[in-house]
Design a protein around this ligand. Structure first.
Ligand code: GDP
Ligand code: ZN
Length: 475
């Protein structure tokens, strides 16, 4: 991506639809030579913006027909990139696409770099960085809830919020600076400064509320990391298989972690759930001493967003203990008693497996207990389990809505935290009777800069490269 700023005068092109043979492929062109390229490759005389024209598309030198396809013209600034742009919708065959790209290169149109279209949209103020990130997330979204959250962000929900906050800060700075210039002599301090303080205090409350979201947007974006813990042989692996088989999972080996650890993605009612299959490893290594098994289960649970505790229903049914006592002892033996108390009821569920082995009176012992009774063998109780998981996940991630925009990236959180810190320093400085107003006001400037880093009002190449590196060619 290095050097992409110097490329802004070049006209670029790329296949924007997926790779490989397909019915229709879309080739995008953006830059000042777009329209000329379109004219030289088709015989369009009267063009209308944003209208599809069916035309023979030709090689500009030989005049040979490459394919028949739809052509669209998006004059800047009313285009995705903000520049003059053109789209060719052709048949998605390899030879067609190769010839089309060759034809474009004869007209000095160059292949685009990854994310270059979106980068141009950012430079031309069509998108801010949160919208760019939203767009990337939208393309990556694998579940319904991820799609909703990403779409809200791509459509500017965070941009609007952070821009409105930046406006409060810039107005506050303006007022304070006016006061520095004129106010001090006229003794108008009380009104101006008090209004500023009032606005900033409100802003800080809004930010704190926005930050205290339990990381729901970030968890939804990256997937709910879920640990399945329990004694050997209670059915952890069986449960994992059932969940994964029923919920269209993608299996992705995680590079760089313990050998053989695979992470499974399950889509449960639109929530993306990441389940690391470490459970199996712990048990299959027969020589691991019990303490080591417990330590691993605990570690695993500690790093999770959600914990599924599995117990053997029959084992409980044949004990004399009350459910509460049994469960307490079970948690303790797994070493997760304190952890569960800390994360709270919303973040874990207890499952009693092997329902099929219970007699009726034994099953009654579990009635009324806060436990989901299932059988991985017969899949009895799975509807209840999915409902229970869905309730928990919607508690953890919420339902993305326009009313409550959520932070979707750790990057946002860290800039917001910094921003808040500067505002706190501002008030700390002001609390000193002898304070220098100009020095205090510098903190408001710094706070504003932090917000600007989220949206891209203040940006560095490092920030941009990190954000755009995840984009593919053609986006
Ligand atoms: P893990 O050690 O906790 O991962 O347990 P597994 O999933 O490997 O299961 C241990 C044993 O219990 C296996 O023989 C399974 O076939 C059996 N099992 C698992 N779920 C059920 C169930 O719902 N009912 C019965 N009867 N057996 C089960
Ligand atoms: Zn297992």
């Amino acid at each position: 991506i290095a050097g992409s700023t110097d490329r802004r005068d070049t006209t670029i092109c790329a296949l924007s639809s997926g790779q490989g043979k397909c019915g229709v492929a879309v080739v995008r062109v953006s830059g000042s030579r777009s329209l000329e390229a379109l004219k030289r490759m088709t015989s369009i005389s009267r063009l209308e913006p944003r209208r599809a024209f069916l035309r023979k598309i030709r090689d500009p030198e030989s005049g040979e027909i490459i394919d028949n396809g739809l052509c669209l013209w998006f004059p800047g600034p009313h285009s995705f990139t903000g520049e003059d742009s053109v789209e060719f919708h052709v048949h998605g065959g390899l030879a067609i696409l190769t010839r089309l790209m060759q034809a474009l290169s004869k007209l000095q149109v160059q292949p685009a770099l990854p994310g270059e279209f979106t980068r141009r949209a950012f430079y031309n103020n069509k998108l801010d960085l949160t919208e760019v990130e939203g767009l990337a997330d939208l393309i990556d979204a694998e579940t319904e809830c991820q799609r909703k959250q990403a779409l809200l962000q791509a459509n500017g929900i965070l941009r609007k919020l952070y821009d409105s906050w930046r406006k409060v800060l810039s107005e506050s700075v303006a007022s304070v600076e006016a006061y520095i210039d004129f106010g001090e002599e006229d003794n108008i301090e009380s009104d101006v400064i008090q209004n500023v303080h009032h606005a900033l205090k409100q802003l800080m409350r809004d930010m704190e509320e926005h930050l205290a979201d339990g990381r729901r947007g970030e968890i939804l974006r990256s997937g709910i990391r879920t640990a399945i813990v329990g004694e050997p042989n209670v059915g952890k692996s069986s449960l994992l298989n059932c969940l994964v088989q029923r919920n269209a999972a993608i299996v992705t080996p995680i590079a760089g972690t313990t050998r053989d650890v695979i992470e499974l993605t399950a889509n449960i009612s639109g929530y993306p759930v990441l389940i690391a299959d470490t459970a199996g490893i712990t048990e299959n290594t027969g020589d691991i001493v019990e303490a080591e098994g417990v330590r691993r289960a605990k570690n695993h649970a500690q790093n999770a967003d959600f914990v599924i505790v599995v117990m053997d229903a029959l084992k409980f049914a044949s004990s004399d203990l009350s459910y509460e006592d049994y469960l307490g002892g079970y948690f303790t033996s797994l070493g997760i008693q304190e952890l569960l108390a800390k994360i709270g009821k919303e973040r874990f569920v207890v499952i009693a497996n092997k329902k099929d082995l219970l007699k009726e009176d034994e099953e009654r012992r579990l009635a009324g207990a806060e436990v989901v009774l299932i059988s991985c063998r017969t899949e009895d109780g799975f509807q209840n389990l999915l409902q229970s998981l869905t309730d928990h996940f919607s508690n953890i991630c919420g339902n993305p809505s326009a009313e409550s925009p959520t932070i979707s990236q750790a990057r946002h959180r860290s800039h917001l935290t910094q921003c808040l810190r500067h505002l706190q320093s501002y008030f700390e400085l002001c609390a000193n009777e002898q304070h220098d107003v100009a020095i205090a006001a510098e903190e408001i400037h710094k706070a504003m800069r932090e917000l600007g880093r989220i949206t891209g009002h203040v940006s560095t190449n490092e920030i941009l490269d990190i954000i755009f590196k995840n984009f593919c060619i053609g986006k």
